[in-house]
Write a protein that binds this ligand. Sequence first.
Ligand SMILES: [Fe+2]
Length: 277
Amino acid sequence: MRNFTPETLTEAVVARLSDCDNPRLKAVMTGLVRHLHAFVREVNLTEAEWFEGIQFLTATGQKCDADRQEFILLSDVLGVSMMVDALNHGTPSGATESTVLGPFYIPGAPELASDADIAHGSPGEPTAISGRVLDATGKPIAGAVLDVWQTATNGLYSIQDPEQDRYNLRGRFRTGGDGRYAFRTVKPVSYPVPTDGPVGRILDAMGRHPHRPAHIHFIVSAPGYETLTTHLFANGDPYLDSDVVFAVKNSLVVDFAPTGDGTGLAAAYDFRLAPSA
Ligand SMILES: [Fe+2]
């Protein structure tokens, strides 16, 4: 077939998938081609705009390295990450709600003793975080691992900041037989996502601010349970209702309250894990 028109081209591209022997890939690529073509038709994309899009995606890839993930950031600010999260973790199960992984996780944080300080003397308001890891019925889970990471008070994660050690404000904690965990840190701050790359430029061009409300990241895992990727957000933060990556859920907002003895702040949270499917 030749002489394709806007009316015939889409189905011709889809038809070329007829020999694809991976049914899921075939379904995904069929949907991608149909929606991509529909998008191009809907906005009546010009050639200059098409090329600007190509350059934008090229720059997004070129901004990535072993630690920086500009494509995850792009997915986050366009709401795609939270759409995938909602579709995959949307069924109420009694488990703690999930939210985005974000672009700043690195594996391999050291396992630390309970009550260790992940801030290692970094400036900030001393804060104690504690609670339990439970199953969906409220039974404590022993041996659950909490992989924790957050920014310093300058708004930067360790891998963004040459002044911080690689695993500063990161650590892994293991629950005891009572399901309890505890660690010390500094109060997280709201921060802008990186604005020195293509994602920052497109946010600015769209008239959007780049800020995230203060939070601590967690990946909570235990054998026999679904791994939970989530945050705890600081109540009262001015960006809770306009998070640039759309990740805030009410059940994940906690009070960072003064301890009363002048030693800083404390926040408590019990995580609940769903059984493995
Ligand atoms: Fe974050």
